[in-house]
Design a protein around this ligand. Structure first.
Ligand SMILES: Cc1cc2nc3c(=O)[nH]c(=O)nc-3n(C[C@H](O)[C@H](O)[C@H](O)COP(=O)(O)OP(=O)(O)OC[C@H]3O[C@@H](n4cnc5c(N)ncnc54)[C@H](O)[C@@H]3O)c2cc1C
Length: 329
């Protein structure tokens, strides 16, 4: 029996991040499988009340708002302290769901340690077990799935893989807004944010419907322009393998894979990428995968929906020209 399922909400550039809304779908699923539970959310921001309506519309029954200028940017200590205080004083919260973004991956284990709670990271699904629930997560770079279960009735912290759950349906529902008392003294926070450097890509990789990714087969940074042109033609974003990032041909924020971003576009076009398991871990759940590689034995073809065995320098410009022609019509 779940009592209260608390979802952590991340704000970026004054908007709720999509991955935080997706977390509400897992909360709904837990509630359904457990047969009980209030779905609540917590927003720590300069103006948290501004986000309550949208969260109610996506199914939150309760929104806790922590208001402070200290919440302008995510920092571990003030965020964990405030949420831990909420959980301890509330006494009803038994699940805490955290979006598995960069910040969420920092927050979840820290909160778990502070509350002496169990943590399961990177959850992609949940199902009923003989007793309680099984939480499913990928491991070994996505090659195996792991079923994890919590022991006992303590607080359960889960981080949720972005794009693993759909956005819940929107309605005009409303709910209860609760203002938290915030006990943060800025001079006691050990970290200051001096500068924020935004990703340089025109479209965020994780939000793009189309991604054209370059691998070592591109041969050098000057050749990336054909990848960029195809991505621009599709209205998409440029991704890259780690080999390309490590060679200094493109910045890290373009890296897809185990140590880069996890993406799930409608179409992922891999150009000159061999398909190492660490790369596949970040893109194998894309709706359609098109692989262009001159080696017919390249492992990328095992996950590709469509495979083109040829030189990318021949194929990519033809593809771009053909798409441009069709777009004009
Ligand atoms: C702990 C760890 C974490 C890692 N994390 C990541 C990660 O997050 N993301 C990631 O990508 N990698 C990651 N890696 C590295 C990964 O193992 C591979 O080394 C890397 O993905 C290889 O990149 P690549 O496919 O671009 O290069 P390569 O493996 O060198 O493949 C290049 C491909 O290009 C093809 N090719 C060459 N010329 C052409 C041409 N003209 N036309 C068409 N095809 C051509 C070749 O046939 C070849 O298949 C990680 C490794 C480790 C150990």
């Amino acid at each position: 029996m779940a009592k209260e399922i608390l979802c952590i909400v991340e704000i970026d550039e004054n908007k709720i991040k999509k991955s935080s809304i997706e977390v509400l779908s897992l909360a709904n699923k837990i509630k359904e499988l457990e047969g009980s539970g209030i779905i609540s959310t917590v927003v720590l921001a300069e103006e948290p009340q501004d986000f309550a309506k949208e969260l109610f519309n996506y199914g939150a029954e309760k929104v806790y708002g922590g208001k402070s200028s200290s919440f302008k940017y995510y920092r571990t200590q003030p965020f964990v302290k405030t949420v831990a205080n909420l959980i301890s004083s509330n006494g009803n919260i038994d699940y805490v769901l955290v979006p598995g973004t960069g910040n969420g991956r920092d927050f979840a284990p820290y909160l778990g340690a502070k509350l002496k709670a169990g943590v399961i990271a990177d959850v992609i699904d949940v199902e009923k077990a003989d007793e309680g629930l099984n939480f499913i997560r990928p491991c070994f770079a996505g090659n195996l799935l792991y079923w994890g279960k919590f022991n006992g009735d303590g607080i359960k912290v889960l981080s949720v893989r972005p794009k693993a759950f759909p956005l819940p349906e929107k309605s005009d529902k409303t709910g209860e807004y609760v203002e938290l008392s915030v006990d943060i003294k800025e001079e006691e926070v050990p970290v200051r944010v001096l500068e924020v450097m935004k990703e340089t890509g025109k479209i965020s990789l994780q939000d793009a419907d189309f991604i054209v990714s370059a691998g070592r087969g591109i041969g050098g940074p000057d050749n990336l322009k054909i990848i960029q042109e195809l991505a621009d033609t599709l209205g998409g974003a440029v991704g890259a393998s780690r080999a390309v990032v490590d060679s200094g041909w493109i910045s890290y924020d373009h890296q897809v894979g185990q140590t880069g971003k996890t993406v799930k576009p409608k179409i992922y076009i891999a150009c000159g990428i061999s398909g190492a398991i660490q790369h596949l871990a970040g893109m194998r759940t894309s709706d359609i995968i098109v692989a262009i590689n001159k080696d017919p034995e390249a492992p990328i073809f095992k996950v590709a929906t469509y495979g083109i065995v040829d030189d990318l320098f021949k194929v990519v410009p033809v593809l771009t020209a053909e798409i441009k022609k069709r777009l004009v019509k």
